[in-house]
Design a protein around this ligand. Structure first.
Ligand code: FAD
Length: 349
């Protein structure tokens, strides 16, 4: 099968790009690995309510429906994306997982779970959810309790009566820690002292954070964590948890044992644990692009905005500086504008 432009992924970034392609009258298809609409949002843990999400920006051209703020974000956003795909008649093919992408004389060939697709231009919008990051710590294989990643967090109830060590200094870590600490004992460990920001996330702070990540990807470095540059928002729930002593963090332990975690040194320390929850973030899901050999010496892909410098017919949206709902909204149309211009020039040449 062929389309002039293929968008890989139907999350916020892929749908924003698809909307722009539809408006431009382009010949395009969207290939999405998930079984249903919603991108990563359909998989968010059940207790992540709409009002606990940072701020979900509506997709271009359709407001978010008025929904009960206590409704699970997974359900509300999945329903909204489904409506969006229908309303704008977006040609989303699913479940179609793209296994690998290679260059051809005309553009690209995609090896997918539904056979081969070819395209002259590509917009990659595969997010990070399918690549949870598990850091390597000595003894992880020895630990006899349960280990899980924040992506698989089932809600706090399952942990009642068990001591949970939460690893990680991001928003997910803090939200899950607060929930779990309401029903059982917890220990919080982070690599660095968390930086707290009072007040809501304003536009200026957002722009500054985006500029820093943009600088990194222009230099070909891995994008890094957005929270690393924005800090953690100090909500009422955070203040209440601090008053309960839940946020007294420790540096990350040196190793795991069969029944807990250990800080070596003098004095050493041992905390018995039944569960280790790795809220250690995600990495960009770009394995299918490996045959294109895009990664450079800096460990990342050199970018100019959404355009891959070494491959101008490939744009990455929802990557690096655009890895937020508002960033994805801007990146999609911008990538499409540039890509269609590049393809038109190539046709004329
Ligand atoms: P995704 O939503 O992950 O969509 C990627 C799509 O690509 C998926 O449908 C997937 O199936 C598909 N895909 C992946 N690999 C392949 C492949 N090889 N072949 C085919 N399809 C593939 N941002 C905010 O702005 N506000 C928030 O409140 C917020 N909360 C967040 C909460 C959590 C827990 C996390 C982890 C992130 C949050 N973010 C938030 C950031 C958020 O992930 C982005 O804003 C945005 O939703 C990501 O959209 P995306 O389209 O880039 O990726």
């Amino acid at each position: 099968m062929h389309a002039d432009v293929v968008v890989i992924g139907a999350g916020q970034a892929g749908l924003a790009a698809a909307h722009a392609l539809r408006r431009a009258g382009a010949d395009f298809a969207v290939l999405d690995g998930d079984a249903g609409p919603g991108g990563a949002w359909q998989h968010r843990w059940p207790s992540l309510r709409l009002d606990a999400a940072h701020r979900i920006h509506p997709l271009p051209g359709l407001p978010l429906p008025d929904a009960d703020p206590s409704a699970p974000a997974s359900q509300v956003v999945a329903g909204y994306f489904a409506d969006y795909e229908q309303r704008f008649d977006l040609p989303v093919h699913r479940p179609v997982a793209v296994h690998s992408v290679r260059r051809t004389t005309e553009g690209f060939a995609l090896d997918t779970s539904a056979g081969e697709w070819t395209a002259r231009g590509l917009v990659n919008a595969t997010g990070t959810w399918t690549r949870p990051f598990w850091p390597a710590y000595p003894g992880r294989e020895l630990f006899g309790g349960r280990q899980l990643h924040a992506a698989d967090y089932p809600g706090a109830e399952e942990f009642r009566g068990r001591h949970v060590v939460v690893v990680g200094g991001g928003t997910s870590a803090v939200q899950q820690l607060i929930e779990i600490s309401a029903v059982t004992g917890t220990t919080w460990v982070t690599r660095r002292e968390p930086v707290w920001r009072t007040g809501t996330f304003d536009e200026d702070a957002g722009r500054a954070a985006v500029a820093l990540v943009d600088e990194r990807v222009r230099a070909g470095l891995p994008p890094g964590s957005v929270v690393g540059v924005t800090g953690l928002v100090e909500t009422d729930a955070v203040r209440a948890a601090r008053a309960r002593g839940v946020l007294d963090r420790l540096p990350v332990f040196d190793r795991l044992t069969a029944d807990g975690v250990v800080w070596d040194g003098d004095p050493g320390r041992f905390v018995p644990a039944d569960v280790v929850l790795w809220a250690t973030g995600f990495r960009p899901a770009l394995e299918h692009l490996a045959p294109l050999h895009l990664r450079g010496a800096g460990g990342g892909i050199v970018m100019d905005g959404t355009r891959v410098v070494a491959e101008p017919r490939l744009h990455l949206v929802g990557y690096g500086p655009s890895a937020s709902t508002i960033g994805a909204n801007r990146a999609g149309p911008s990538a499409v504008r540039q890509l269609l211009r590049t393809l038109t020039t190539a046709t004329a040449a």
